[in-house]
Design a protein around this ligand. Structure first.
Ligand code: FDA
Length: 499
């Protein structure tokens, strides 16, 4: 019933029958560049040489999304979906190769409704994480949700690819705390948990964005936190023992009680130990003295506050307020490159020395953000969700490079590549694992043969993000979207027939 009629004008004609024209932006419309740029977070993808969509559709309800899919299938126009636009490679709104596509931008669909009594919430994909956190706190200061750290991340992409932040040791990832979804499938049908297959429901919660339909909204479990939690940030330079401290941290941090997370941001000659503890300074201080006395943490480092205030505090610093959680006009839009790794064996101390005395102080050097695992995130079985980075992981590394003038990109990109190569012997192998939400196109791109992304090309990057879960994702894709309608350079390819 989807006979290919490649006619862009017919696509638009189809859309306007079902969707108010004020919600549609053609490339020729004067507002198009502003609407496109609105949530581009990585300036590398703003430049004119990027392949842009033909149309942007900004639905205000699920039926508009269904119409966009039906019109897209009928007129052979692919859709890419954008929630918060934080995709590291910009794949929610640009294509690497020349391609005719439209963007479904969920910017206008961002309702959050909290049921404090049932301890659940429904949140639309277009909400940013800060809006979800804010709505929870309006209802209760002792409920929380474990998703990403940065408040402007979109719910849609973050939950679709996993989603973790400072509650990861206590409550795992966002996706494993999703209890229902509303999804528009490749036939334009609106499904929920009761009307979709168990595999489809499994796949949308961590199998990465785009592949399994457009998730309209998510129902999540809200989880208890105490009224007072404690945060500290302790920077240590190499002269203050950063190397010895990080060497000890990698053994201590993954074994701490679930109520405590101490992550590290390593930049230049300094490692900053950032912690959140689900309890008061009074109980945290003796815990730190017994488990990690070398850090020298004492009550003067404590910042006690309700959980909700930790979000702007950790991300933006002491001066931040709750209103910052709702700010959708974040002007921090650097040029950026990211990579990630998982570590199972402690990194030898001489290697940490090379990192701090060599790598982090080179020209073009970026930073390393290290999140310890253990406790809940590591206790969940690998196949429970598509996110496979579980038992035995000591910590996750994210390599982040920012630059602010296009010309500075060469040094930063070179550093990122060289650093990643240097780390190879000390991180996970076969596959070298990476976090799907830290999308890295260097890990591989799908090849398209006979208009279908191939399983063999997808396996190359797919097993790094999903390990043994990749095949189940591909089989599920084969059932849900055998024609590969929803696709991008790193979408799950359909595996149909023999496997
Ligand atoms: P975007 O809208 O760009 O979508 C990302 C991908 O998901 C695209 O492929 C898109 O097509 C697809 N998608 C989006 N909405 C969808 C929907 N409704 N249905 C189906 N597919 C959909 N991650 C983390 O776990 N913890 C963290 O602390 C951070 N921190 C962080 C900071 C900053 C500054 C950035 C830029 C990114 C992060 N991330 C992160 C990574 C982040 O989780 C990741 O980029 C998410 O995919 C972003 O989701 P958005 O909706 O914003 O992106």
């Amino acid at each position: 019933s989807y006979a290919p009629v490649p006619a862009k004008d017919d696509f638009f004609g189809c859309l306007v029958k079902e969707i108010p024209a004020r919600l549609l932006y053609a490339k020729s419309s004067p507002a198009f560049p502003t609407v496109l740029a609105q949530t581009i977070r990585n300036s590398r993808w703003s430049s004119p040489q990027n392949v842009k969509p033909l149309y942007i559709i900004t639905p205000t309800n699920a039926s508009h999304i269904q119409s966009a899919v039906v019109c897209g299938r009928r007129h052979s126009i692919r859709l890419r979906v954008r929630s918060g636009g934080h995709d590291y490679e910009g794949l929610s709104y640009r294509s690497e190769k020349p391609e005719t596509f439209a963007v479904v931008d969920l910017n206008k669909m961002r309702a959050v409704s909290v049921d404090g009594y049932a301890r659940t919430a429904w949140v639309d994909s277009g909400a940013q994480l800060g809006e979800l956190y804010y709505a929870i706190a309006k209802n209760s200061l002792v409920l929380a949700f474990p998703a990403g750290v940065c408040p402007s991340i979109g719910v849609g992409g973050n939950f679709a690819g996993g989603g973790f932040g400072m509650l990861l040791r206590k409550y795992g990832i966002a996706a494993e705390n999703v209890i229902d979804v509303k999804v528009v499938d490749p036939n334009g049908k609106l499904l929920d948990k009761s009307s979709m297959s168990a595999d489809h429901f499994w796949a949308v919660r961590g199998g990465g964005g785009e592949s399994f339909g457009i998730v309209v909204s998510w129902q999540v479990k809200l989880l208890p936190v105490p009224p007072t939690v404690t945060v500290f940030k302790i920077p240590k330079t190499v002269h203050q023992g950063a190397v010895d401290l990080i060497n000890k941290w990698q053994l201590v941090a993954p074994a701490l009680p679930a109520d405590l997370i101490i992550r590290i941001i390593a930049m230049g000659d300094t490692a900053t130990f950032e912690a959140m503890y689900l309890g008061t300074c009074k109980t945290l201080t003796p815990l730190m003295s017994s488990k990690f006395p070398e850090l020298g943490m004492n009550p003067s480092h404590c910042n006690e506050m309700p959980w909700i205030k930790t979000i702007p505090f950790i991300h933006l610093g002491k001066q931040a307020t709750l209103v910052d959680l709702l700010n959708r006009n974040n002007s921090f839009k650097p040029f950026a490159e990211y990579k990630s790794d998982y570590v199972y064996q402690p990194v030898p101390k001489p290697v940490w020395e090379q990192i701090f005395y060599g790598w982090l102080v080179k020209p073009g050097a970026g930073m390393m953000i290290m999140d310890p695992y253990g406790a809940t995130i590591s206790a969940t079985p690998e196949a429970a969700t598509p996110f496979p980075h579980r038992k035995g992981v000591l910590f996750n590394i994210q390599y982040v490079s920012y630059w602010f003038a296009e010309a500075d990109g060469a040094a930063a990109l070179q550093w990122s590549k060289d650093m990643y190569k240097f780390m190879e012997p000390y991180v996970s192998k076969n596959p070298r694992q990476a976090y799907a939400n830290y999308r890295d196109i260097d890990l591989g791109r799908n090849e398209v043969v006979n208009d279908i992304s191939t399983y063999s090309s997808g396996k190359v990057w797919g097993e790094k993000y999903f390990k043994g879960n990749f095949q189940r994702l591909a089989i599920t894709k084969g059932k849900v979207d055998p024609k590969d309608y929803f696709r991008n350079e790193q979408s799950i390819p359909p595996l149909v027939g023999k496997y």
